[in-house]
Design a protein around this ligand. Sequence first.
Ligand SMILES: *[C@@H]1O[C@H](CO)[C@@H](O)[C@H](O)[C@H]1NC(C)=O
Length: 488
Amino acid sequence: MAETTQLTRIGLAGLAVMGQNLALNIAEKGFPISVYNRSTSKVDETVERAKKEGDLPVFGYHDPEAFVQSIRKPRVIIMLVKAGAPVDQTIKTLSAYLDKGDCIIDGGNEWYENTERREKAMAELGFLYLGMGVSGGEEGARNGPSMMPGGSFEAYKYIEDILLKVAAQVPDSGPCVTYIGEGGSGNFVKMVHNGIEYGDMQLIAEAYDVLKSVGKLTNEELHNCFSEWNKGELLSFLIEITADIFGIKDDKGDGYLVDKVLDKTGMKGTGKWTVQQAADLSIAAPTIASSLDARFLSGLKEERVEAAKVFKSGGFGDILSDQAVDKKKLIDDVRQALYASKICSYAQGMNLIRAKSIEKGWDLKLGELARIWKGGCIIRAAFLDRIKKAYDRNSDLANLLVDPEFANEIIDRQSAWRRVVCLAINSGISTPGMSSSLAYFDSYRRETLPANLVQAQRDYFGAHTYERVDMEGSFHTEWFKIAKQLIS
Ligand SMILES: *[C@@H]1O[C@H](CO)[C@@H](O)[C@H](O)[C@H]1NC(C)=O
């Protein structure tokens, strides 16, 4: 067992791959770190890796008390364990040995209210607490993640030097970390980040479907198309890995691996929470919601197989027309449709964060969030710099869609966007993300919506009253009586 007479700077508990990688990253930046996990093999494995990856200052402990005692005071311990009960369990184990002023940081995808409950309970014991979203997956944790710490500002200040070095570094915009705000704001922002990630992935999948099913692009052509896209406005981690995926052959048979992957999407819950929060706060987030619905429907594989049979035997098979498509033109249209839809999706996510910030008094800085998402995380993209600039221009921007630059970009792309959605609809290819983004845009930009009729109906059957376009006040009409008089 590695022992050190000198105290370490920080501790990390929970040594699954994310935890191991983050510990090694911290050690590599010159901060001696103590590590602990209930299953001791994980501890030994981490220490072993630290040796191999350059004799990094990682010190392993099999016993929680010795682990806590090995850290310099005030102690800071990052936890990377499964959200929910395991977090409470780990806090219980560790806090038995903590002293007043020590701090625990939850680096998992925790529900923000759990973090707020724990922060309160810890404060009563004299401990500090942070809920810190960490994005970037295993690779990001090792080489530079995007981190979203929220909670005790005092605790943040104490470890800021570590976080600034450990985070992904983006030239001209700095490390991908900032103090998010009080309470559970770090977890909340990470949750919306994941919701946006759902949207991005769905939109990319729809682009793939249109190009493959209507445009008849081969995997090789798709690989080239996405590689090309990754040189322009769509430059991002998700487009890059998508290009990679289309280039990978199946090692268990013929053809490409992507064609052998079952079309059934898994999920862990942050996307669902995002949509639930959007509904709670009355924020329209149709792109993110439709990406969640798409995952639900993908899960019904057996039902879809049966439904396909029903509609095929009814003469309703593939309605893909055989008319020749101009591949080059289609690729260009789909790129524009994807980009315009993405603007809508981010607008929804940002509006959700703002609404929560107002409700909770968090005072979140939307431009700063876009900045720390520029590197390290799954949604990292050149595009985020444009979002940051939009909020720099106007921090009170009501919606990204009306930022002058984004508005121009949408105007330039809307014909292509409409062509792609129409083509998909006419071909029987569902594009829920692109279609709902377009509907979001078309609703938001219209001065007049048919909501007058809905309001009239509400007043008709429920006397809910209505406002008028031409005078102040609240009105009610005996619609039923008047209608009957008209008839008689
Ligand atoms: C230790 O490792 C196991 C998996 O090997 C995990 O279930 C557990 O939550 C880890 N964390 C802690 C703090 O013990």
